[in-house]
Design a protein around this ligand. Structure first.
Ligand code: HDE
Length: 711
């Protein structure tokens, strides 16, 4: 029977693809070699006698070890640490007036995407929450081929010209003699580069702001950074930049928290992303485009091709054009996330480049690096990189070729195959490069406006809230405080005096050098509220993590009431206790503990609640972990709440500078800077509402002024 089948279906010459028809997928999975031969034993290698040497003929052993020996591929030179997910992009309205890109033509139109988020500096195994720029790269599988929007969560870059990229990357990576430090800019070579290349000033301001320590990959913006073009069907072009805005707002961690998370849960961001998707809390971002007419190219104080300058939203208002929904985690991290290959040069008709010198260099670098990282020129055949659009090229062969091209013809033009594959006309969807008129002398120079390194850095500082300014100064103290060379520390102070003398004076205070003799006053600089993170979404508790601290005898009704309220509002509650297992409430009903103290910590949560219950609170009061939980959450400016006897735990802790409900005021609810307390007979509806409103605020920065908490 089998022979007959084989006979009938033997592939014909030139139709080798038909081999697929012969594949059988039997039920059950037996261990095989890569040649499909079933393996009978995999625990012992084939030996000459029980204690004898392993034999070369053990093909299973040889193959298993050889494959293992070759499992690693080079990590990305930058952005090595990352995570990725699938989803779709939905266009809100037709953009045909501005671009002919097919995926932006109709409202409601959906395009599948793959998104990879990353840090820049750290290696593959580094921690997620380090201070760094985050990559935000999106591959749109459009019907016209792949379009890659390879952006970052900071709208500008360190340098103006890609020729300096190897220099800055060498300076920020671990130092070459001892490979220290990992995933951090806080060391001599980086700051030496910064003071030697003042074009980095503006980017450093953003890097030392809270943008570089996002609360979640779901809560950060994304920017194309470089200037591109939209080109419409008539061939009219406009300069553009893209912005992704997270539906949940742009939120940050506290630096102390970020460092602790890096130790306790280095996978914090990737876990948060995957868990959100697994709980059907799909991360969503809206895509905006900023457009500048060609005739307005020189209208701005800054050069619109300079990647160290932002296009302030106040000057170039963004237009909302669609939504990104991330709804599927990958099946295999290596196959998808590690092998995905983004390239800012992957564009579709209707999207074109500008002469931004950083972009021009990027157009070379990505394909080049991928050729070695993915082992040859055929990485477009890897499933995650394969476009949905058909591929017809005359390219042949090379490492890891899987496509079986048929026929004799692999050149163009040809007559033997009707000149197939034929170039497409514009009407047929052929990519026509924008016909920009270019002339000039060959010269290694940059335009005059590029040389203004400080105006936008001043605006940035002047646009920050007092809290944000304080965080930036602290970040300088940390980063530059780690620089050994006093000379470099002095130069940092000198450089940042060009931004603001008071800022430079504060930096000097923390890093042990003299304040600057002279400097600028940034208070006259333009204020752009969009540079700040203050005015963001603060009206939802969706996807926030709330810890409920409880022990035997907790007030069941209070705990469940709060838990249900947060759940209904889209937040996630976890019961934290000394041990996992079941704990009994004051009414005899049990709940399951989600985390014991050793497996979690306040830094994994956005808020903490302590319900009443005399026995529970008496136990908590004796637990260092519980008290530390409260102190630390308070120190990180998180919302903390307690009701009835739960308030006693707050009194026992080290939190200070805020008021609680008075012991004898049973009905009282006090909400003070994110500390919400309720007496025994308080209106729980009101308490819940105040609690949720405070969590929606994200953090209560005013509290930093009062903080004297050891945690
Ligand atoms: Fe990249 N960048 N970059 N970059 N970049 C890479 O490509 C490069 C720049 C960005 O998740 C590399 O495949 C040069 C700006 C992201 O796989 C490499 C310059 C922006 C990712 C490379 C820049 C980015 C990369 C390393 C000019 C924001 C990760 C591995 C100075 C708009 C993509 C790879 C992923 C990755 C070169 C600057 C974003 C070496 C030469 C500006 C998000 O080719």
């Amino acid at each position: 029977m089998k022979d007959e089948k084989k006979k009938k279906k033997m592939p014909e010459k030139g139709k080798l693809n038909d081999l697929e028809e012969f594949r059988e997928y039997p039920e059950g999975k037996k261990l095989t070699t890569n040649q499909g031969v079933k393996v009978s034993h995999t625990d012992d290698s084939l030996k000459a006698g029980e204690r004898g040497p392993t034999l070369m003929e053990d093909f299973h052993f040889r193959e298993k070890l050889t494959h293992f020996d070759h499992e690693r591929i080079p990590e990305r030179a930058v952005h090595a640490r990352g995570t990725g997910v699938h989803g779709y992009f939905e266009c809100y309205k037709s953009m045909s007036e501005y671009t002919s890109a097919k995926f932006l033509q109709e409202s409601g139109q959906r395009t599948p995407v793959f998104v990879r988020f990353s840090t820049v500096v750290g290696s593959r195994g580094s921690a997620d929450t380090v201070r760094d720029v985050r990559g935000f790269a999106t591959k749109f599988y459009t019907e016209e081929g792949n379009y890659d929007l390879v952006g970052n969560n900071i709208p500008i870059f360190f340098i103006q010209d890609a020729i300096k990229f190897p220099d800055i990357v060498h300076s920020i990576k671990p130092e070459p003699d001892n490979e220290i430090p990992q995933a951090s800019a806080a060391h001599d070579t980086f700051w030496d580069f910064v003071v030697s290349a003042p074009e980095t000033t503006h980017m450093i301001m953003w890097l030392l702001s809270d943008r570089a320590i996002p609360r979640s990959l779901r809560m950060m913006e994304g920017f194309s950074v470089n200037t591109f073009r939209f080109v419409n069907a008539e061939g009219k072009a406009r300069f553009i930049k893209f912005i992704w805005k997270p539906m949940l707002g742009t939120h940050q961690l506290v630096w102390d928290e970020a460092q602790k998370i890096a130790g306790k849960d280095p996978d914090y961001h990737r876990r948060d992303l995957y868990e959100a998707i697994e709980m059907d809390q799909y991360p969503e971002f809206e895509l905006y485009v900023q457009m500048i007419e060609e005739e307005d190219e020189h209208k701005f104080d800054f050069d619109i091709l300079d990647p160290t300058k932002h296009w302030p939203e106040e000057l170039v208002p963004p237009m909302k054009i669609g939504k990104l929904v991330l709804n599927r985690t990958p099946d295999n991290f290596f196959a998808e996330v590690e092998q995905v290959a983004f390239h800012p040069g992957n564009v579709v008709p209707g999207i074109d480049f500008s002469n931004d010198p950083l972009l021009q260099g990027r157009l070379f670098s990505y394909l080049d690096t991928q050729l070695i990282r993915l082992g040859g020129p055929n990485f477009h055949e890897i499933p995650v990189n394969r476009p949905l659009a058909d591929i017809h090229t005359n390219q042949r062969d090379g490492y890891h070729r899987t496509m079986i091209n048929t026929g004799k013809v692999s050149y163009s033009p040809n007559t033997l195959d009707n000149n197939d594959p034929k170039p497409a006309t514009k009407e047929e969807g052929g990519y026509i490069h924008y016909m920009e008129k270019v002339e000039g002398k060959k010269i290694r120079e940059r335009s005059e406006k590029f040389k203004d390194f400080f105006s936008q850095a001043r605006s940035f500082y002047n646009s920050m809230s007092e809290t944000e300014k304080k965080h930036i100064i602290k970040a300088f103290h940390f980063e530059v405080g780690k620089v050994k060379s006093k000379d470099v520390r002095e130069k940092v102070v000198e450089l940042f005096a060009n931004v603001d003398k008071k800022l430079a004076t504060k930096i000097a205070e923390g890093v042990g050098v003299l304040p600057p003799a002279e400097g600028e006053d940034s208070s006259d600089a333009d204020i752009f509220p969009s540079f700040s993170m203050e005015d963001t979404v603060k009206d939802t508790v969706e996807t926030r993590m709330v810890a409920l601290l409880a022990e035997e005898g907790f007030n069941y009704q209070e705990l469940m009431m709060v838990k249900d309220a947060f759940k209904n509002a889209g937040a996630n509650c976890k019961i934290v206790s000394k041990h996992r297992g079941m704990i009994k409430g004051d009414n005899g009903q049990e709940v399951e503990v989600d985390n014991n103290y050793l497996s979690t910590s306040s830094i994994m949560f956005d808020a903490v609640y302590v319900p009443g219950g005399k026995n529970s609170v008496e136990t908590l009061k004796k637990q260092g972990y519980a008290l530390h939980f409260i102190n630390e959450a308070f120190k990180h400016c998180k919302t903390i709440a307690a009701s009835s006897e739960g308030v006693e735990l707050f009194r026992e802790s080290n939190i200070n500078g805020v008021s609680f409900t008075k012991k004898d005021e049973e009905k009282q609810i006090v909400s003070d800077n994110g500390v919400i307390t309720a007496g025994r007979s308080a209106d729980m509806e009101e308490f819940k509402q105040k609690f949720m409103d405070a969590v929606a605020m994200h953090r209560h920065w005013e509290r930093e002024m009062k903080e004297r908490v050891p945690a």
